[in-house]
Design a protein around this ligand. Structure first.
Ligand SMILES: CC(C)(COP(=O)(O)OP(=O)(O)OC[C@H]1O[C@@H](n2cnc3c(N)ncnc32)[C@H](O)[C@@H]1OP(=O)(O)O)[C@@H](O)C(=O)NCCC(=O)NCCS
Length: 171
């Protein structure tokens, strides 16, 4: 049994635990690194988890444990407030492949449409991360560019980032 809900600052410790697990398990998928995340205090995630003008984070719980999350960040600068940037898409390994990622993305896009003023969503995804790319394409995201060698791991491996966008029809 899973439950999807808007996360709040009080969820910061659980969010930090999930994020650390994901950064350690999938270093090539994220721009942040696991060691910096480990040193980061839980309450530093409070702003990310406070829904408002700056965006929102949805989470999915299974048996009361946070197992997935996705954040939509909205810039503070006036000329960019029509953009929503999706970051930190993650579903814990034990829960992958069961539709939770698809659910998180659909709910985030739906909420972004209701936010008012958002004209498009953007995200970046490591080239070769087929699960994520297919998920985003299925939701209507299109690749508009690629930053070669965007991410460099501690062992020197370099990965390109695909840049994707989803226009939001305003009615
Ligand atoms: C990418 C991720 C969020 C997907 O979440 P998930 O819950 O496993 O995905 P879902 O079960 O909802 O699958 C949705 C779709 O994604 C694609 N997908 C999922 N797993 C896949 C796999 N192993 N191979 C290929 N496509 C896959 C499929 O299109 C799938 O749809 P389908 O089941 O109808 O075929 C999850 O695998 C994850 O957290 N990965 C590690 C971190 C990461 O890569 N984050 C994205 C950063 S941009």
């Amino acid at each position: 049994m899973t439950a999807l809900r808007l996360l709040q600052p009080a969820d910061a410790p659980a969010y930090k635990r999930l994020r650390e697990e994901m950064l350690a398990a999938f270093p090539q998928a994220f721009t942040s690194d696991a060691e910096s995340a480990r040193l980061r205090p839980a309450d530093s995630y409070a702003d990310r988890l406070r829904a408002g003008d700056g965006g929102f984070t949805l989470g999915i719980e299974a048996a009361g444990e946070l197992v997935g999350a996705l954040t939509c960040e909205i810039p503070t600068r006036l000329k960019e407030r029509h953009l929503g940037h999706l970051v930190a898409m993650m579903v814990a390994p034990a829960h992958q492949g069961r539709g939770l990622g698809r659910q998180l993305l659909a709910a985030t896009v739906a909420r972004a449409r209701q936010h008012g003023g958002l004209l498009q969503l953007t995200l970046s995804v490591t080239r070769g991360n087929e699960a994520a790319v297919r998920l985003y394409e299925d939701a209507g995201f299109q690749t508009y560019g690629c930053l070669p060698e965007a991410v460099r791991l501690a062992d020197g491996q370099l990965f390109d980032k695909l840049l994707m966008r989803l226009p939001l029809q305003q009615t």
